[in-house]
Ligand binder design. Structure first.
Ligand SMILES: Cc1cc2nc3c(=O)[nH]c(=O)nc-3n(C[C@H](O)[C@H](O)[C@H](O)COP(=O)(O)O)c2cc1C
Length: 371
């Protein structure tokens, strides 16, 4: 099961979502090593993407490693012309796909007429997509990230469907649909039924689903239940790149893998640190890494202690000390609080989920070669 985004062929349906503050080069490269075949960078405001010249900005946001492709660069803004210039800069930087953000619910985004704000303005939203498509070379696909509306009203739903239809007509190669409204932010359920409806309405178009993908089981379930072409894994991948390998195993019809043991966790943590130091050069990467580290702690059997220890790190030597203290022994890992919560409410991975996946053609053992 592969993913087609215009001329870009993506080997599996598992994608690392755009995550502001998180999905930088190190996170994306680690996600790929575990099986994410496509990854999106953090959203950039169009004006910064055009004007920012500092070495720090370029290193963090525009410099792409050789093993970080295909990669999507994402933009949000309010002015169609500014969007065009920003899209050109991302293409020059080497991004393989340009993604337009019509989903960000933050006050500053919506207040600044960016992100999710556009879901209330189909005409302007479509002009942005037309402009970006018109300026980006044909071999670079343009895609859109959107939510199911500003709020739960019928009017908002109609506008969302108008934008969805319009962006495909204008040549968008794929849409990632988050089943929450802008008003919901990140709380409450993501309405997968809406994602399913959208995919059914556009069976020949590439649609990725987003929302409530916290475990590998969730990823396989969304593919099976909604028929989407791919899943965009967001919070579920923070501190847990294993989610991609686990989902790939389930898609091959294999049982859910056991949690990584502590030496394997330590290796990944050390690699994340190494990659971050590579990107940040002389700047200490610790402040940016801290929030990843506290999430990695969920997989440790003493997760509360480890989370507290990671929460206090202020420099690289502190991180190394936590690794030396808490990851020295060989012990079993755990899948963490959220995992435990989820399995208590949902069927186990090798139960009806695998059956549902097979029904949808994604769980048969032969799918590995297609994945
Ligand atoms: C901290 C954070 C940052 C995010 N940043 C972005 C972003 O830069 N671009 C984007 O399209 N979506 C962004 N999102 C939305 C996610 O990609 C995803 O659509 C959303 O979290 C729903 O998925 P989940 O419930 O599985 O986390 C962000 C979400 C979170 C929690």
């Amino acid at each position: 099961m592969s993913l087609v985004v215009g001329p870009v062929r993506i080997a599996s349906p598992l994608a690392q979502a755009a995550l502001s503050g998180y999905s930088d080069g190190p996170m994306r490269r680690l996600a790929r090593r575990f099986g994410a075949s496509y990854a999106l960078a953090e959203v950039l405001i169009d004006r910064f993407a055009v004007e920012a010249r500092s070495e720090t900005f370029v290193r963090r946001h525009l410099r792409l490693a050789d093993d970080d492709h295909p990669v999507g660069g994402q933009l949000m803004g309010s002015d169609p012309l500014q969007f065009q210039a920003a899209a050109r800069r991302l293409v020059e930087a080497g991004f393989d796909v340009i993604d337009v953000n019509f989903g960000c619910p933050s006050k500053s985004a919506v207040g600044g007429c960016r992100g999710g704000y556009h879901l209330a303005q189909p005409t302007n939203a479509l002009e942005i997509v037309a402009r970006v498509r018109g300026t980006v070379p044909p071999h670079v696909p343009v895609t859109v990230k959107m939510r199911r509306g500003i709020d739960g009203s019928d009017e908002s739903r109609e506008k969302c469907l108008e934008i969805l239809d319009g962006v495909f007509r204008l040549g968008a190669a794929a849409v990632t649909l988050h089943g929450r409204t802008v008003e919901q932010g990140y709380v409450g359920a993501s309405r997968w039924a809406f994602v399913k409806e959208a995919k059914a309405a556009y069976p020949d178009r590439t649609i990725l689903g987003s929302g409530d993908l916290f475990t590998a089981t969730d990823c396989v379930r969304m593919l099976a239940e909604t028929g989407v072409d791919g899943v965009s894994v967001a919070r579920g991948a923070i501190g847990n790149p294993w989610i991609f390998a686990n989902a790939a195993a389930l898609l091959r019809g294999e049982p859910h893998p056991a949690p990584p043991r502590l030496p394997a966790q330590r290796e990944v943590l050390a690699e994340h640190l190494r990659l971050a130091r590579e990107v940040h050069g002389d700047d200490d990467p610790t402040p940016r890494l801290r929030k990843h580290l506290v999430k990695y702690a969920r997989l440790h059997p003493r997760h509360a202690d480890v989370r507290n220890a990671f929460g206090r790190v202020n420099r690289v030597a502190d991180i190394e000390a936590v690794l030396a203290r808490w990851y020295a022994d060989d012990a079993e890992g755990v899948w963490g609080d959220e995992w435990v919560g989820v399995v208590s409410q949902r069927p186990p991975p090798d139960g009806p989920v695998a059956a549902a996946a097979t029904d949808a053609g994604v769980g048969d053992p032969g799918s590995a070669s297609r994945a």
